[in-house]
Ligand binder design. Sequence first.
Ligand code: AHG
Ligand code: MN
Ligand code: MN
Length: 331
Amino acid sequence: MATIGMTLTQFLLEEQRCVPHSKGSFTSLFTDLVVAAKIISREVNKAGLIDILGAAGFDNVQGEEVQKLDILANDTIVKTMEQGGHLAAMASEEVEDIIPINKRYPRGKYLLLFDPLDGSSNIDVNISVGTIFSILKCDTDHEATVEDFLQAGVSQVCAGYVLYGSSTMFVYSTGHGTHGFTLDPSVGEFLLSHENIKIPDDGQIYSANEANAEEWYPGTQKYVKGLKDRSRAYKGRYVGSLVSDFHRNLLRGGIFLYPADRKTPAGKLRLLYEANPLSMLVEQAGGAASTGTERIMEITPTSLHQRTSLVIGSKNDVEEAESMWTDAEGK
Ligand code: AHG
Ligand code: MN
Ligand code: MN
């Protein structure tokens, strides 16, 4: 029986007891991930004091300027997770190819995909950033390959994020609801603070980078324009950090849009380690996630870093956006 204030580890063990014949491998993997989250939280929260601010001086596989904290978060997750012996391989936004498990450690049956630091352009200006992760099964005996990662979002066994904000929160789902835990730094534990989060069916917030509006397809422009109709009380909220924008809308209700447009016809956000995990969380909370025309979690990926259009949040808002959606030709 879950009680507010119980630790994430206790909550996990309760969940494990509901899984017959569970050997605790997943719980152990997850516990390692929680350690990585605490380490990154410590580094993020003192970023202003030590030399990890600013750019690392090179671009990543996405062609984006890498921040030192991106690298620190990435390396923290890789080092913490590979020792546990529960993973067959990992994939990171910051690394072109899949990350094999060092031969000195046993290989496991799970795949971990992650965006080590989301919203990293906000690091130096003290706006909340996050880590997003997705866990898949890898039931093969061969060495994991990229193909093993190319599973639709419905195959995720777990998804979640860590939000390094005014407090550090850990939000995750294993398919039995979406639950939030808040770090109590005085004891170093994540404590249950938001059990079984439900996103309101209708929101009053929309989040989009309107600087792109000229490039949006007609259906997107029509939908967003409609939200500004004075008879509707929608507010615009956009911080440029997906985890922050998503988390606020998850709790308050609302819709986040990063649509494909004339400038970015494939969309900007990554399917495997941004859109899929957040889609699992929002669906478990009663919301919806779509490209504008297709359910995110039913997309069969074709490459590790593929991008997607993303429309995610309150069920009725996403459905309304889908009802108006068009492609470049307005069809
Ligand atoms: P990341 O820092 O992992 O590259 O992600 C940045 C993403 C996402 O966090 C945010 O919603 C979006 O980029 C903001 O993009 P714009 O600056 O183009 O609005
Ligand atoms: Mn990101
Ligand atoms: Mn990132």
